[in-house]
Structure formats: C-alpha cells, structure tokens
Design a protein around this ligand. Structure first.
Ligand code: PMP
Length: 286
C-alpha cells in the first residue's frame, strides 16, 4: 500500500507526520473517504468539492487546485498495483493545517499536511443488507458546524463505541428538542406514509454524498423532502434507512429496542438501494 505524504510516495508503514502536526494535536484537520468500485473513484468531483468547502470553512488555504488534487488521487491509484486498487475499499484523504509550535491560534502561512492512502474494503455481508441493522439514539453533543468534515470526531466515535457495546450497529444523534440529525457516520432517512424525509443539509449534519445521490435517484419516483423529523417520528416510521459511502443504503430494523417495519428491511428501502446499485453498475462500465 503506497501512501502519499506531503509530496512523496512511501509505503504506508513508513509514512509519518510530525508530532507537532496540528491535525494530531488539535484535530485541526479535514478529510474525505472516496469509495472505489472496480478500482475507480466514485463521485470524486463531489468529494473534492466537499473537501474544498471544509477547507474554506476552517480557513485553511490550500496550495492545490481541485484539478491538482484530483490528479493526485489518480497518481496514488497508479502507484498501487491494480490488484490492490481493486481490493481496496476506498481512498482516504486527510489535510491538516500543518505542523507548528503548539499554540491554539494559527498563522495563515503554514504548509498544510496532505496525505492519501488506500483503505481496506469493509464488506457488508449480503445477509446484513437483507436483514437490516439496528441503531440506538444518543444526545446530540456536537457543534453547529457538522457540515465540515473534520477529524474532530470524539462525539461520533464515543457514540459509535457505545452503540457497539450495546450490540447496535449505528448510533443516531437526537437534539435537545427531540429532532433526529444523523448517525455517527451516516445520514438517516425515514419513510412515512410514502413520504421520504431526511434532515436538511444545514450545519447540523454532514451533507452526505450518498444522501445527495439518494435524494436525486428517489425524486423521480417518490415524494422526498429535506425536512427535520422527531425521535417519535423515527420510532413510528414505516421504514428507516441510513446512507454512507461504505454502507450505501442500509435498512434499519430496530431503534432503541423498538422494532421498525415489523423488523424487516422495508420495500421502499429495497427499491432505493436497487436504484443506487443500478447507478453504481452504470458507473463501473463508464
Ligand atoms: N454523516 C457523518 C457524520 C459521516 O461521518 C458520514 C460518513 N462520511 C456521513 C454522514 C455520510 O456521508 P457520505 O455519504 O458522504 O459518506
């Protein structure tokens, strides 16, 4: 696995950054995970755009243009063997503000740290896809800028850890007002009376690339709305599903010990996943 680190290509085991890197010390850092299908980067343009949006919002000036970063992703792929590209799950990109003597405030002339490398595939078994997953809800404890894809992920990882300890597959955040925002690493959709709802893309959620594609694909056939919904609506939904780059579209059959859709992945969830898969099949042949 050949990684890119600040202008150099090195074996992953030998790739290092400074202990004074602000990504390490402060989580002053942004990232993307881009899925590989058949060794090809899926929705590359959208991910690079989101990375630039994140950079802009944390006031990180990049020396790279979007085209240059895209070109770099291709170089990382080319440095790795065809078999490794095909086996990899995705490409991880992280950009930190750079290394500097420790201080909360930063100078704007730091040299950002840029790394990229291939992540192993996390295969979701077909039984899990068919049978669905479970989730627990937890208080939303994050900030007002969840649209930034930052490596500051403590609330996400602690909630994810808690979910796992309780035997659930995902943790879903619920605000003090009782509204559902998103999962620790996924966006949440509910189906209610043939209406499909998901939280609007504001500062309370990450604007998922999978979410966006699902909204597009579903719009032809279903009544989809970007509208907040409550925990009560989540419990009472006809169907619940989550979306993310690795998970694609995954049915949720239980939330906080409450069964959803009689404990089965619902028909609309299945149909939307089918639309998503068709899109991917078409992408692979492009
Ligand atoms: N929300 C959060 C908090 C996430 O970490 C992710 C995974 N990146 C998502 C949503 C889904 O985003 P995407 O579809 O772009 O992977």
């Amino acid at each position: 696995n050949i990684a890119y680190v600040n202008g150099e290509f090195v074996a992953l085991e030998e790739a290092t950054v400074s202990i004074e890197d602000r990504g390490f010390q402060f989580g002053d850092s942004i990232y993307e995970i881009i899925k590989l299908y058949n060794g090809k980067l899926f929705k590359l343009e959208d991910h690079i755009q989101r990375l630039f949006n994140s950079a802009h919002q944390i006031r990180l000036d990049l020396d790279y243009s979007k085209e240059e970063l895209k070109e770099l992703t291709q170089q990382v792929l080319e440095k790795n063997k065809n078999s490794e590209r095909k086996e990899a799950g995705g490409l991880y990109i992280q950009i930190t503000r750079g290394a500097a003597p420790r201080s909360h405030s930063f100078s704007s002339d730091l040299e950002p740290t840029v790394i990229m490398y291939l992540l192993p595939a996390k295969k979701i078994e077909s039984e899990i896809r068919e049978e669905g997953v479970t989730a627990i809800t937890m208080p939303e404890q994050r900030w007002q800028h969840c649209n930034i894809k930052t490596n500051n992920l403590l609330p996400n990882i602690l909630t994810s850890h808690r979910a796992k300890k309780e035997g659930a597959d995902e943790g879903i955040f619920v605000t003090e007002e009782g509204m559902v925002t998103e999962g620790t690493s996924s966006n949440v959709f509910i189906v209610n009376n043939d209406k499909i709802l998901t939280h609007p893309a504001d500062g309370e959620i990450l604007p998922g690339i999978t979410r966006e594609l699902v909204l597009e694909l579903a719009a032809d056939k279903f009544n989809v709305q970007e509208k907040k919904f409550s925990l009560k609506e989540l419990y009472q939904a006809d169907e619940v599903f989550i979306t993310s780059t690795p998970k694609e579209v995954l049915g949720v059959i239980e939330v906080d010990d409450k069964q959803i859709a009689q404990g089965e992945v619902g028909p609309i969830t299945k149909e939307i996943h089918k639309l998503y898969q068709n899109y991917i099949e078409e992408f692979k042949t492009r």
